[in-house]
Design a protein around this ligand. Structure first.
Ligand SMILES: Nc1ncnc2c1ncn2[C@@H]1O[C@H](COP(=O)(O)OP(=O)(O)OP(=O)(O)O)[C@@H](O)[C@H]1O
Ligand SMILES: [Mg+2]
Length: 456
């Protein structure tokens, strides 16, 4: 028997339909969600809503320079402005100071008139001889003998401290009685200024508005011990905020690879935080640091450009992404990422976000002969886009600026712009718009003529 069917019917029976790896966005939660960027396939805007996921935590992984910090900065600024979330940044290298300034947040460091003091910060925990001896011992990683000596000296000389502990006094006593290694360790602690600050700020105050604890000036081992103490203390105070089913506070730890490994209770921290309305955002370069406990406790995983094949193999092992998704990860560039979200209503979704559309609060400087001129990176990048420079070219320029530690000679900027196809007149207008005086531009062209005669 001959079966008659139309061409279109025949085609529809034989065409294999593949579903695209990009689910439709869920607009139900748009009110509180944060715009991240456009998805790669349908170019639909992708929004993140911390409350619609099974937990609010977020992990960003990727190689150095891939865009993790930029992403976290944009996300937390928007969370703070749009949802009124309190944000605490444990700022390892002082990278978030501009972000804090942008939202009129507070930046804290240890020591000095306007600085933090660890005793006030930890409230009751550091009170009494025992609390103090424990705290000091943890910070300097004291052994059992040293711990005992610190305790007994604090006990003997407690009248001397008279409620106002001075680490210098303790060091003097140690010098008399033992000296050596403990004396050296305590001197390092003294230098860190952890006990010197005059501000009476405690951990609770960190969850009011946007706060940045700048740890960049501290010595490495003390910094690690301090971060550990701060995290443990935060876990203890969380129940005081009460059980909450919406997110009110965000704790951000960038370069988490430096503190994750030594931390034992990270899984517990993630679980407890969620219960009390705290979200934890972490960024790390080392994918091997993201252990199963972290993966299973973070509903948002952002994969940025990875270092090498071994990293992609680890991602494969995590089983969050399909083989197809993993094959597309090779195409990740600075500022693009693969995002997996485990939602309450529609299970797991993954999206390739082609460009994270962030708030650029960074500046770079153009070095002239008379002075340096600060330029907002975001405005500069938008301007270049506006005059028709291709995105790929702009990314190249941005990479160049980052590589030069954000200070670029005016003639370098001129050659970059010229190599990107801008005419001499366009360059002149652009530089004037960014406040560079004509005299500097003329001088820079003169220098260029001498150095690279054939560049322009
Ligand atoms: N989506 C983006 N749009 C515009 N610029 C971006 C974007 N993502 C990153 N950049 C720029 O690329 C540079 C590197 O990004 P970023 O500092 O976020 O990298 P990172 O992954 O945090 O690196 P590291 O691990 O070394 O800290 C920065 O100058 C940043 O401004
Ligand atoms: Mg970073």
């Amino acid at each position: 028997m001959i079966l008659k069917m139309s061409n279109s019917e025949y085609l529809s029976k034989h065409l294999r339909i593949f579903s695209m790896s990009e689910p439709r966005p869920d607009y139900q939660y748009l009110m509180h969600s944060i715009y991240i960027g456009k998805t790669a396939i349908y170019k639909t805007p992708f929004f993140l809503d911390l409350n619609s996921a099974v937990n609010p935590h977020l992990v960003a992984v990727g190689m150095s320079g891939s865009g993790k910090t930029f992403f976290l900065k944009s996300l937390m600024i928007k969370e703070n402005i749009i949802n009124g979330s309190n944000v605490l940044v444990v700022d390892w290298s002082g990278e978030y100071l501009e972000a804090a300034k942008f939202v009129s947040g507070a930046v804290y460091k240890f020591g000095g008139e306007d600085g933090l003091n660890i005793i006030h910060l930890l409230c009751k925990k550091s009170e009494g001889i025992n609390g103090l001896a424990n705290l000091i011992s943890k910070l300097i990683k004291a052994d059992a003998t040293e711990f005992k000596l610190i305790g007994s000296l604090l006990e003997t000389y407690k009248n001397k401290f008279n409620g106002n502990f001075s680490i210098r006094e303790l060091i003097n006593e140690v010098k008399k009685s033992e000296g050596g290694q403990l004396y050296y360790k305590l001197s390092m602690l003294h230098e860190s200024g952890l006990f010197d600050g005059k501000m009476r700020v405690n951990l609770y105050d960190f969850f009011k508005g946007f706060n940045d604890i700048n740890l960049s000036t501290l010595n490495g081992s003390i910094k690690l011990a301090l971060a550990d103490i701060i995290f443990k203390s935060m876990m203890e105070l969380m129940p005081d905020f009460g059980i909450s089913n919406s997110i009110k506070n965000i704790i951000v730890v960038d370069e988490a690879w430096k503190i994750i490994n030594p931390m034992q209770d990270i899984g517990k921290l993630f679980r407890e935080s969620r219960k009390y309305g705290f979200a934890i955002f972490i960024a790390t370069q080392l994918i091997e640091d993201i252990n199963n406990e972290i993966i299973s406790n973070s509903a948002h995983i952002a994969i940025f450009k990875l270092r090498n094949q071994a990293d992609y193999d680890i991602i494969r092992g995590v089983r969050l992404f399909s083989e197809y998704d993993i094959s597309r990860m090779n195409a990740l560039r600075v500022g693009s990422c693969f995002m997996s979200v485990l939602t309450k209503n529609s299970g797991s979704k993954s999206f390739l976000i082609s460009h994270i559309d962030g708030l650029q609060v960074e500046f770079f400087e153009i070095k002239g002969e008379i002075m340096n001129y600060p330029i907002n990176l975001q405005k500069f990048s938008e301007y270049l886009e506006g005059i028709g420079i291709a995105r790929i070219e702009i990314n190249r320029i941005m990479e160049h600026i980052t590589e030069s530690d954000k200070i670029l000679e005016l003639e370098k900027i001129i050659s970059i712009l010229s190599n990107s196809g801008l005419s001499r007149a366009d360059i002149l207008v652009s530089l004037r718009l960014f406040g560079i005086p004509d005299i500097e531009i003329v001088k820079a062209y003169n220098r260029l003529k001498k150095v690279h005669f054939n560049v322009l």
